[in-house]
Design a protein around this ligand. Structure first.
Ligand code: MN
Length: 291
């Protein structure tokens, strides 16, 4: 086993709003080195770093919009999000929960701050990832996985803290999400001075996002809160040491290595398939969702 070295530590760029409820730093696909291919199958990552929303009687968020060809994975760190899709999926996710929505052949989707949380306002912090699907699964039936924090496998690391697995494996333990391609996704919740070691195949595209605290990777590379650590595709093993109480989101996935043809909320393999997506959307094939 050799060390998986850090390729680059990327600070967050200026935030922008998605709808009126998500103030995000986009890392994938708009930041240096992080186009849709580089972190395949993770083709989009928006990070709502801690941001205070004032109380609002009308929940803020994003109205009805379509998706086809991939999955949206929303991880709530602070605040509450309510989702609904035209395939009947939906629900509320709160602190520590994950919504894993497989849009696949197509859904209409809306995502808002949860009503009661919105009335109170407060600090909101969230990650949304788009996970690509292989060509053979892009037109499969939509599905929805609500993954509450209590369902996630927690691996106790004693004085170091613990690792909470959303998908894939850490050591001999497995997370609850079902995925179409090999994906590991987990939160390392480390105490100050705590350390953990991770092992993923060399060819898996691998990164860490510092949600909270400050870390040192492989004993040498420092990364502060809200920074994104991109790993090289060599070596398998890396360590994370927390210099204060920290939360680190770790993602690692086997590249699908197929053509990626994105257009807005559709991610397909060719221009023809994008044209078809527009046609299907315009002729109501994505179903109906009340605004
Ligand atoms: Mn959406």
């Amino acid at each position: 086993m050799t060390t998986k070295k850090v390729e680059i530590v990327i600070p967050p760029k200026a935030a922008h709003f998605v709808g009126d409820g998500f103030r995000v730093h986009n890392f994938i696909p708009s930041v240096q080195k992080l186009d849709m291919k580089r972190m395949d199958p993770f083709i989009m990552l928006d990070y709502n770093s801690k941001f205070h929303f004032n109380p609002s009687e009308t929940p803020k968020g994003v109205g009805v919009h379509p998706h086809r060809g991939f999955e949206t994975v929303t991880i709530a760190y602070q605040g509450k999000v309510e989702h609904h899709d035209s395939a009947g999926g939906g629900g509320i996710i709160g602190e520590g929960d994950v919504q894993w929505m497989t849009a696949a052949s197509g859904v209409l989707h809306k995502e808002y701050h949860e009503k009661e949380w919105s009335k109170q306002g407060g600090i909101f912090q969230m990650v949304q990832l788009w996970v690509n699907l292989p060509a053979k699964d892009k037109m499969s039936k939509p599905k929805y996985q609500a993954i509450s924090n209590s369902e996630m496998k927690k691996v106790d690391l004693g004085e170091n803290g613990f690792v909470e697995i959303i998908a894939g494996n850490f050591e001999e333990n497995k997370g609850p999400a079902s995925t179409f391609t090999p994906i590991n996704m987990m939160n390392a919740k480390l105490k100050s001075g705590g350390k953990a070691e991770f092992n993923f195949p060399a060819n898996f595209n691998t990164a860490a996002l510092v949600i909270e605290g400050n870390i040192i990777v492989n004993g040498e590379e420092k990364a502060a809160s809200d920074n994104f650590v991109l790993f090289q595709n060599e070596g398998e093993s890396f360590t994370i040491e927390a210099t204060e109480n920290s939360i680190v989101l770790i993602i690692s996935g086997e590249p699908i290595n197929e053509p990626i043809f994105p257009h807005g909320p559709f991610v397909m393999n060719s221009r023809e398939e994008i044209m078809q997506a527009f046609e299907d959307f315009n002729t109501g094939k994505f179903g109906y969702l009340e605004d």
